[in-house]
Design a protein around this ligand. Sequence first.
Ligand code: FMN
Length: 258
Amino acid sequence: MINFDKLNLIYFSATGTTTRIMSAMGNALSHYPQTKYNLLTTDIESLHIPSTELAIFGVPVYSGRVPKIALDTLRRIKGDGTPAILFCVYGNRAFDDALVELQDVVESNGFVVLSAAAFVAQHSIFPHIAADRPDASDLEKAAAFAIRSLRVEMPIEKEKFHIRGNHSYRNTKNIPFTPRRNNAACNGCGLCIRQCPVQAIDPNTRRIDKSLCLSCAHCIAICPSHAKRFGGVLYWYASRKFKKAYSTPQEPYMVYRS
Ligand SMILES: Cc1cc2nc3c(=O)[nH]c(=O)nc-3n(C[C@H](O)[C@H](O)[C@H](O)COP(=O)(O)O)c2cc1C
């Protein structure tokens, strides 16, 4: 069993599902002092987590990879032989190389990975896929995963352990869809403009700069008048294809060092 005196919850979440899985883990370990770093809203210049603490890293899967916007910040978080638990959250298609990419980044920054998992959640671009995930069973599994991850033989042997995925990562593709606004429903509150993680929405015209937009769907998730969604012929065609190919529910994947 590993001993540590503080828990650091480090995650990126645009539509809240990664946050929900992280919260299930944080609640399961609530007897430890905790600091949360939500990379969507917190800009970390640099962070050092000592070996007496534990870090849990959680990211959504974007095109089979760690979202680039999260990767840039993760590279600035350093450990010192610090134990780490990793997880990704994916929209029932596949997590491809996201977990090994996360493993490579945190290990090269001085963390020792204890365990890794991939959980399923509603697809943020095609929300009818895995619409009810994470469900109660997923959240229970996430909590159990966090607790089981601490059961590691001491001293921890430092060599890499096998996580599903390829170290020559999947080529990322640009997502050809950006959220659309329903002018009649929009109340002009400007929340989407202020909270867009890449400032892709013009404050005057409210148009989205397609070259900046990540298609992360944060603006859709937070809009109080539900005035935003993906749409268009190409989107509906892709959406139908996606439903046919990826509707079979996937189960969480979990691996442990020992
Ligand atoms: C740009 C983008 C790319 C995505 N790529 C994948 C993918 O490759 N595989 C998959 O199963 N889900 C994919 N998804 C779905 C997300 O991984 C999933 O909805 C996740 O739960 C979102 O996390 P969040 O709610 O914390 O933002 C993608 C979503 C976005 C926005």
